[in-house]
Design a protein around this ligand. Structure first.
Ligand code: RRO
Length: 310
């Protein structure tokens, strides 16, 4: 038997493959489709204190190797995501709430609300690139540290942070030092690459409406950056901090490469948006086939064991 289960802070996932917060996870109906699929866990859309309609459409477009989005955090508000937890938990899978805000007190309020829910894990989103006039928190190290301090003081649940991609080793080191001094159990790496731009050369126009066409890049374009982030944080973080890899996972080979780089769980964003809930069964089957061919029985057999050249 090939085992692709994984644990984070005592929460057991029968499969390491699940959805990323973002696509097709805003309503109970969408989340039920994830719950009844082969996904190993259920991740909900990042929620805020108030209900948000998000940015004007068009705000998500599939492109040749991925997607661009500027959704602008549309969600039904944290109370809704508290209320639906009993129904979602009845499917027996770990349930992950994702939380977004403008400042630490908003995060505090939502985290406290989930303490009394039956959500298993909290993902603190520090990296939404699409709210007009609001920079990505994960690029502001002081603010990130402040929010992690507040969440650490109030959360009764295991929690982690969803990070933007970093590109320079100095930034990796600075963030890793903050993370190693926090109470996080995991990081989710990476969010979309912020403020990309696609152009329709025929109409001479941008593809999405918000922010003059700038939006978060997802899908195949971002896999090398995502792998680099997973790998670098695997090198720099205390081994007690697990890594959830996201960014361009479309196949069993992609999943295998993320685990080889050091990931414990995997989340599918654009690929799930494009293929729907059956993707979890396909990627699971492909990953297991690779492991069987290589003689690996569990993820521990190869996690983080990427070879480098001397
Ligand atoms: O809703 C969004 O625009 C959005 C969010 Br919160 C996020 O974290 N990442 C992203 O690409 N889009």
């Amino acid at each position: 038997m090939i085992d692709i289960s994984a644990d984070i802070s005592g929460v057991h996932f029968d499969s390491c493959i699940m959805n990323a917060s973002g696509p097709l996870d805003t309503t109970l109906e969408e989340l039920t489709d994830i719950a009844t699929s082969s996904a190993g866990g259920i991740v909900m859309k990042s929620c805020t204190v108030e209900v948000r309609e998000g940015n004007p459409e068009p705000r998500y477009v599939d492109v040749e190797w991925g997607s661009i989005n500027s959704m602008g955090l549309p969600n039904l508000g944290y109370k809704y995501y508290n209320e639906i937890t009993p129904k979602l938990k009845s499917y027996g899978k770990p349930l992950i709430a994702s939380i977004a805000g403008a400042e630490s007190q908003e995060y505090k309020k939502i985290v406290e609300s989930f303490n009394t829910s039956n959500v298993d894990i909290l993902e603190i989103n520090l990296s939404c690139p699409n709210v007009v006039g609001r920079p990505q928190i994960g690029y502001d190290f002081e603010m990130s540290e402040e929010i992690m301090g507040v969440v650490g003081d109030v959360s009764d649940k295991p929690w982690g942070v969803k990070l933007p991609p970093y590109f320079d080793f100095v930034h990796f080191e600075e963030m890793a030092s903050i993370l190693n001094n926090s109470k996080i159990s995991f990081i989710v790496s990476i969010n979309s690459i912020g403020n990309a731009l696609f152009i329709d050369w025929e109409t001479e126009k941008v593809l999405i409406k918000p922010k003059g066409g700038f939006g978060g890049l997802g899908g195949k374009y971002i896999k090398p950056t995502a792998l680099a982030n997973v790998r670098k944080f695997h090198e720099l973080l205390d081994k007690s901090i697990k890594i959830v890899g996201v960014g361009g996972v479309y196949s069993g080979i992609d999943a295998f490469e993320f685990i080889l780089s050091g990931a414990t769980l995997l989340q599918l964003g654009t690929s799930f948006a494009q293929e729907g809930p059956q993707i979890f069964e396909r990627v699971t089957r492909e990953l297991k086939a690779i492991m069987e061919k290589k003689g690996y029985k569990s993820l521990e057999d190869f996690r983080g064991k990427l070879k480098v050249m001397n």
